[in-house]
Design a protein around this ligand. Structure first.
Ligand SMILES: NC(=O)c1ccc[n+]([C@@H]2O[C@H](COP(=O)([O-])OP(=O)(O)OC[C@H]3O[C@@H](n4cnc5c(N)ncnc54)[C@H](OP(=O)(O)O)[C@@H]3O)[C@@H](O)[C@H]2O)c1
Length: 401
């Protein structure tokens, strides 16, 4: 291959990737996530048009390689800054002495969130499935953040979110060790390729992603409420996903309100109908409904649901090996189009610290934050009734064992 042909190939390939991504990204957002407002649709149309124009210009400038290279670099950087880096949280510092608890801080977005919070002066309690894992994560977070906030693990207690006894033990230890708790970040999450049931009879994805967090928030709720009554800015941030919209649409396709209610309160699910993505999406819709119900029940504490973006983490670790292999092979593309964990943490940090999201200004309402911007979530019909029904079913499950 001649040098010229190699240069042409090297330019054409990223161009094709950028053009293909621009078009498919727009289609994905329009079809799967249903951009809710005209402003959101306009924003995406604008970005897609700009990227496609960039690709077109680079192709048209075939005979002027220097100009072509400049256009290409601008296009790739614009794609990176919009998709991979995203917007940055605006709040630079928390109130002195703010104490947070971040679940799932041993890896991925949770670990990056804990680092970012420590850098902003927040002291972070780090749970792990075992005290040893939690201590190792806290040491990693402190080494990366270098203060001013400190991460710490609680001695002798682990947190297994799909085990009610473990959640109760951990919550009791956390309430005693962190009476100043003002920020609860419910971030841990899993994707499970196969159906499974945990002790107590709930399906395992829902148990980890929603029920464990529901119980933890209930047990630490009095601590947060007491601190809110003392004038602290107290918040619960629930890390959901834009995929919650898929579950909302599936619920809306059901014939009536009774069927929707049955679907959202069926914590055990049906082994024969199990699908990894539908179940994961349902658990992420439960996260949004949980935040909504929390905001109405405890209005002094802000409850905010978050979509972190598409983030390159190990969340696919339990998927079948061909999916993981494809994920690993696509790394060069993902690094352009997927966020890295520190960027994925931006939306959570924004929800945790942005002054405009404090409870005082959002009494009874639960904002949904994506890319550091409040967006309209994709909710099913009768969202408030479904949030209440889910609350009742979750409370019954939490109290039963
Ligand atoms: N990555 C994305 O593109 C993306 C997109 C949208 C939403 N999200 C959401 O973002 C959150 C964080 O995901 P991630 O990508 O950072 O995933 P990750 O890298 O796999 O981290 C998940 C964390 O959750 C913990 N965890 C999972 N199940 C648990 C359980 N039953 N008990 C205790 N801890 C548990 C894990 O602990 P171990 O390390 O001990 O397993 C780990 O610390 C999740 O809620 C996910 O649904 C991610």
């Amino acid at each position: 291959m001649s040098l010229r042909a190699a240069a042409a190939w090297a330019c054409a390939t990223p161009l094709q990737i950028v053009a293909g991504y621009a078009a498919s990204g727009l289609l994905f957002r329009l079809r799967t996530e249903e951009l809710a407002t005209a402003a959101e649709r306009l924003r995406w149309l604008r970005w897609t048009a700009a990227r496609l124009a960039c690709c077109g210009a680079a192709l048209a400038l075939r005979d002027t390689p220097a100009a072509r290279a400049v256009v290409l670099v601008v296009g790739v950087l614009a794609t990176y800054s919009h998709n991979a880096r995203g917007r940055s949280p605006t709040a630079r510092r928390a109130a002195p002495g703010t104490v947070a608890l971040v679940t799932g801080a041993t890896a991925g977005i949770g670990l990056a969130t804990a680092v970012a919070l420590c850098r902003r002066g927040v002291d972070v309690v780090v749970p792990g499935r075992s005290p040893e894992r939690a201590a190792a994560a806290a040491a990693r977070i402190n080494a990366a953040a270098r203060g001013p906030g400190r991460a710490r693990a609680l001695p002798r207690v682990g947190l297994e979110l799909d085990d009610r006894a473990s959640v109760r033990g951990y919550a009791a230890a956390a309430a005693a060790a962190a009476p100043d708790l003002a920020l609860l970040v419910l971030n841990a999450g899993v994707m499970r390729p196969a159906y499974g049931v945990v002790v107590g009879g709930a399906e395992a994805t829902v148990a980890s992603n929603h029920l464990g967090h529901f119980l933890l928030a209930e047990l630490l709720g009095p601590t947060l409420a007491a601190n809110a009554a003392r004038g602290r800015d107290c918040r619960v941030v629930v890390v959901s996903s834009s995929l919650h919209r898929v579950a909302a649409r599936a619920l809306d396709a059901l014939p009536d309100a009774a069927a929707r209610r049955a679907a959202v309160t069926d914590l055990r699910g049906d082994a024969r109908a199990y699908g990894l993505f539908p179940r994961y999406a349902l658990s992420k819709l439960m996260n949004v409904l949980h935040a909504r119900a929390l905001a109405r029940r405890r209005p002094a504490v802000a409850a905010i649901a978050v979509h972190p973006g598409c983030v390159y983490t190990d969340v696919t670790r339990s998927l079948p090996w061909p999916v993981r292999a494809a994920h690993a092979l696509a790394v060069p593309c993902w690094l352009l189009f997927q966020k890295l964990p520190p960027h994925g943490a931006h939306a959570t940090v924004h929800a945790a610290l942005a002054p405009e999201l404090a409870a005082a200004e959002n009494t009874g309402r639960s904002p949904y934050v994506a890319d550091c911007r409040a967006e309209a979530p994709g909710l099913p019909r009768d969202a408030d009734a479904l949030a209440d029904a889910l609350w009742g079913a979750s409370a019954a499950h939490a109290g039963a064992g």
